[in-house]
Write a protein that binds this ligand. Structure first.
Ligand SMILES: O=C1C[C@@](O)(C(=O)O)C[C@@H](O)[C@@H]1O
Length: 224
């Protein structure tokens, strides 16, 4: 399957690929949080859904549950499955050189790459977000930052950075986590953000401040 990010992709974020039928109506992709799943490669092997998969195996040090041992090797193994059309790799791992092999395999297989950076503490200054997105874009098809907004000034800074990179022709994905940031999930696509994340079931959110899938799909569609 293929997943390109020329237009907005709404990803149903889940640890359970059995969510796919319920996500189909509203999502363009499944974000499979391998780090939250018990046997992610077994689940991928059994997957027969229609939606392409964006595979994420998020590190503990970046808000996920995967320990670094074999984390990126597992992500590389996920590339063997045709449904895996994109992968998410932490920018920090890319900088360390730890992701070289998985990135090369992804490119060989024409699988899209999302390079991501998360801030669970706050929102960096606008120019820093611009720098991070520019840097991530050097290695990936989509550069992503998820920050934690503590004020509407934070959310404006994020949206402004999103607009700047998009106007420059870069593919970016942005969102502000937390309650103050929730609305950015609906609004950032207007400024060019190419990926949104939402759980099918709000009780299974993969980040603070997410809307459920149906709600986000409705909001994004209304604002388009
Ligand atoms: O990186 C992201 C973005 C996210 O943290 C969010 O805020 O929606 C949700 C995660 O599942 C995903 O991997």
């Amino acid at each position: 399957m293929t997943l390109n990010f020329d237009s907005f992709v709404l990803a149903a974020a889940t640890a359970d690929l059995a969510d796919e039928p319920a996500a189909r109506e509203h999502a363009n992709a499944i974000e499979f949080r391998m780090d939250f799943a018990d046997e992610p490669l077994v689940a991928l092997e059994a997957y027969d859904g229609e939606l392409p998969i964006l595979a994420t195996n998020r590190a503990e040090w970046e808000g996920g549950e995967a320990s670094d041992e074999v984390r990126l090797e597992m992500l590389a193994e996920a590339l063997a499955f045709d449904a895996v059309a994109a992968i998410d790799v932490e920018l920090a791992s890319i900088h360390e050189g730890a992701a070289d092999a998985v990135l090369e395999t992804a490119r060989d297989r024409d699988v899209s790459i999302v390079a991501s950076a998360h801030d669970f503490e706050g929102t960096p200054p606008r120019n820093e977000m611009v720098k991070t997105l520019t840097e991530a874009g050097k290695y990936a098809d989509v550069a992503k930052v998820a920050v934690t907004a503590e004020s509407t000034a934070d959310t404006l800074a994020l949206l402004s950075a999103t607009e700047q990179l998009t106007a420059h022709g870069d593919a970016v994905a942005t969102m502000a986590m937390g309650e103050v940031g929730s609305h950015t999930r609906a609004v950032a696509p207007v400024y060019g953000s190419k990926i949104g994340y939402a759980p099918v079931d709000p009780a299974e959110a993969t980040a603070p401040g997410q809307y459920d899938l149906e709600t986000l799909a409705g909001l994004v569609a209304r604002l388009e």
